[in-house]
Design a protein around this ligand. Structure first.
Ligand code: CTP
Length: 399
């Protein structure tokens, strides 16, 4: 519940502005006190009366006519400035400190936290300027919500659709410390595996486990009971997370199946070796003349094995790291491993993937919905991924 929380809802001139009216009602029903700030052209999409009727007159739309000091007072009053929808233009102004209207002035003067839900055409969203502006905002501490991917008002298809109002409400509730995963058993895999060749050598990969560990920490913060089956990493975790350390793909397989019982959500981020030496030499292999061949055999696909026995109320999430045909390959994994959604990392993006603290992800769902996120910290992405887990949990509990 948002009882006692004060929210300034910033609305900008997007075709999705009508959804802000719906969100305003949801926030009020959840107990929040809401005041609205609009940019001048919002009037072209939704009449000010809609907002003023619902907020009993608490709308600030003209920097010059309504007491200029409002722009300072609102940010000080609010516990959160929530901008829905946020157009490319307003995001650009926020990123560069322009303040030529009521909302941009409130933003620049606001000491409170800020959350934005972008909405725009696909071409505008993927434009390098918009992406750079979103990165600036993230660095400034703004919570940038993901966009939906699909048909847009312009008739184009791609990323840029406003997040659904119910999901924005969940994001706000989570932000205010609600524990939407309380009572949820969550099993994670993380890190690389090590496949022994002999007592001193092994086959592994570049995974550091950062994404999986960020998910574990965030899920625990949201109230989940977290078990993590982890390959070798240098990372540490809070004590309220149950950690099982493993080395090989086979050990990870066994640990997952031993701990699967009663888990509501399973997220597999581990970079599991697909092949392991056919035989492990018990003595160190000594060098000799000529080349050395080490025969390899396939390991078991842990995620697929869990997908095969998944119960309808369980949520199963997999990761896909692709270098080419990314979307098609990720979609195949979604189907073949019986996942609720797949998290696609592209190796093409600078700052994304192994070892980085940031990542750039796309989520693909069974109903063909897609969600794209700008380059963000793995901690922020963990929140976004878990937000979708929360949404699917609610959906499954209601059916
Ligand atoms: N995975 C697993 N067990 C394996 C291999 C992968 O649980 N033996 C899981 C990973 O944790 C991740 C997803 O499956 O969630 C990745 O799947 P996939 O891309 O199929 O693994 P790759 O080995 O990269 O497959 P491919 O070579 O086909 O790209």
């Amino acid at each position: 519940m948002l009882k006692g929380k004060k929210i300034v809802l910033g609305v900008t001139a997007s075709i999705a502005a009508y959804k802000a009216v719906f969100l305003l009602r949801l926030l009020q029903k959840a107990g929040a006190e809401v005041k609205v700030v609009t940019t001048p052209s919002v009037e072209k999409f939704v009449g000010e009366l809609s907002f003023s009727a619902l907020t009993k007159g608490n709308v600030f739309s003209d920097l010059w006519n309504e007491g200029w000091s409002e722009h300072v007072g609102l940010g000080t009053w609010a516990d959160l400035l929530l901008v829905v929808p946020a157009t490319a233009n307003t995001l650009a102004k926020f990123a560069h400190g322009l303040c030529d209207n009521a909302l941009t002035a409130v933003y620049l003067a606001a000491p409170c936290p800020v959350m934005v839900a972008p909405a725009m055409d696909a071409d505008m969203y993927v434009h390098p300027r918009t992406q750079a502006n979103l990165e600036i905002l993230q660095k400034d501490g703004v919570h940038v919500l993901p966009v939906g991917d699909g048909f847009l008002a312009s008739g184009l298809q791609g990323p840029g659709r406003l997040m659904e109002a119910e999901d924005i409400l969940t994001a706000v509730q989570t932000f205010f410390g609600e524990k939407p995963l309380a009572g949820t058993g969550l099993l994670l895999t993380a890190g690389p595996t090590r496949e022994a060749i002999d007592p001193v050598r092994y086959i592994t990969n570049h995974s550091t486990g950062k994404m999986g560990y960020a998910l574990a920490e965030e899920a625990a913060r949201l109230g989940a009971e977290v078990t993590i089956v982890s390959g070798p990493t240098q990372l540490e975790l809070p004590k309220n997370i149950y950690r099982i350390d493993v080395q090989s793909a086979q050990e990870m397989y066994e640990a997952v199946h031993q701990n699967l019982q009663d888990k509501d959500v399973v997220i597999m981020t581990a970079a599991v070796a697909d092949y392991t030496p056919l035989e492990v030499s018990h003595q160190k292999i000594k060098k000799a003349e000529g080349d050395l061949n080490i025969p390899l055999k396939r390991t078991r696909d842990i995620l697929k094995s869990v997908g095969a026995i998944k119960k309808s109320e369980q949520i199963l999430v997999g990761f896909a790291l692709e270098t080419h045909n990314e979307l098609d390959n990720a979609k195949k994994k979604l189907q073949s491993k019986n996942l609720d959604f797949v998290v696609l990392n592209s190796m093409k993006d600078a700052g994304a993937g192994f070892g980085h603290d940031t990542n750039k992800l796309t989520l693909l769902f069974r109903d063909e919905e897609q969600m794209s996120f700008p380059l963000k910290s793995k901690k922020e992405l963990a929140k976004d991924i878990l937000q979708q887990v929360i949404r699917l949990r609610k959906q499954k509990n209601n059916t």
